[in-house]
Design a protein around this ligand. Sequence first.
Ligand code: GRF
Length: 203
Amino acid sequence: MDKRKIGVLVSGRGSNLQAIIDCISKGDIPLEITAVISDKDDVLALERAAKAKIAGFTVNRRECSSKEEFEEKINAILIKAGCELVVLAGFMRILSAAFVNRWQNRIINIHPAVLPSFPGLDAQKQAVNYGVKISGCTVHFVDEGTDSGPIILQKTVFVLDGDTEETLAARILEQEHKALPEALKLWAENKLIIEGRCVKILA
Ligand code: GRF
């Protein structure tokens, strides 16, 4: 059976991309990554894609005359690569409502906090500064808002005395590397049902 194809959008290190690549190559997830698209040149994520023999692309925002053109280029790559789903794995740009609507319920994001707490940038720093005792990560479908779409799954970690943004981020990242592949496996197996802003997981 043909595996369903997905595209992954990245901006940097790509450790979440690597976690997906590793699970796919172990045969744990019936998916194929057919495009990795970065908004920055020379990022580690593109090296990881190349090493895994996955087509990598850079679409530089500064080389586009508008956000619309930037997203149009990304969209064209995804369509050409036959992607059914877009995964935002450390992609540091907000997608427009037009793009999100085009890919309605077909964009998944990983965020390093237990949403709806601490959306947006520097989520781990927000958690440390707020003094919460538990934080973690959230995998969710993307809607028009920032980190506000229907939640697929969440994993938590304790925030320890003396944690810094960096130490907390490292502990959360370990959970991200489990949560994102897990969510993608559920999606690949058609086990995710979106009902309003809730996601039901079929047994
Ligand atoms: C992760 O913490 C992810 O949750 C956030 O950006 C970071 C990306 O890390 N959106 P990596 O590029 O996957 O290593």
